[in-house]
Design a protein around this ligand. Sequence first.
Ligand SMILES: [Zn+2]
Length: 312
Amino acid sequence: MRNRGFEKLLKVTLLVGIILACILGSYRLVSAVMDRMDASKHADSTETAGSSTVQSGEGDVNASVAGGNPSSNLIKTSAVADSAKNEPDTSKYNVSDNWSLILINVDHPYPEGYLPNVTTVDNGQQTDVRCASELTQMLADCRSAGYDPLVISGYRNHDEQILDFNSMTQMYVSAGYSEEDARAKTAESVAIPGTSEHEAALSVDIGSEHNTAVDSSQDNEAVQEWLHNNCWKYGYVLRYPEGKEDVTKIIYESWHYRYVGVTAAKVMYDENLCLEEYLAKYVEPFTSLEELDRQAMETLGLTYTGQTAAEA
Ligand SMILES: [Zn+2]
């Protein structure tokens, strides 16, 4: 009796085990199939974890570990790599934002004759009409969050930039620097005329009602922390970030924000790229810097001569 009872118990246990295994097995099979379907459906969507899978048009595969699910990363990688051969990944580079992506730095001055259409946004300061509503919204949301942002400097025309540059150079000369050293020292914090984003009306220096200084006293202001963390949602980036001085050739400026469009701003924020790095990685495989200049001029109804403002 005891043996039979034990045998019966064993059979029941085995049966229950088999049933459980079946249920678990089919559940795993179904979820694996659903995962695959899901992965191919969203192959082009933005995903931070998978963001490093494809670089430029070379289909450069770089780390599929971060995503956690190797099978879905494999599907994603090959799908994007195929399309990236001829056209940009639209989640990383939106060609309709080309007008806002022009590179302006010491090595690449803006095009000769570039004259933006500007409008007044805040504190009497002006910006390009095409990003004015984004800037206004960002300031409004920042104020709603309890801060007191204030645009200290927006659009500056070429002559104003020359005045700004010369007055700081003069300051260094008065302090004992040679003319040449004074110009070099000035260029670390004031863009050489023809190479300032303020002249293109795409950048603004933002301080606060209680601190209007455009210097390192902004670094630890709470308003800057809010802006650093949120500006990308409005298409803005911190243009001269800390740690990128070698690339931007400009010192860390915790107050200088540049409009680049929402797509680029999000990628630059997520991947910690400055504009030079973003352009090299996601734009230049498809559109040259000169082509960006040409399009930026044409969208303003201006003629592109191939000359730069610094040469003119
Ligand atoms: Zn600035």
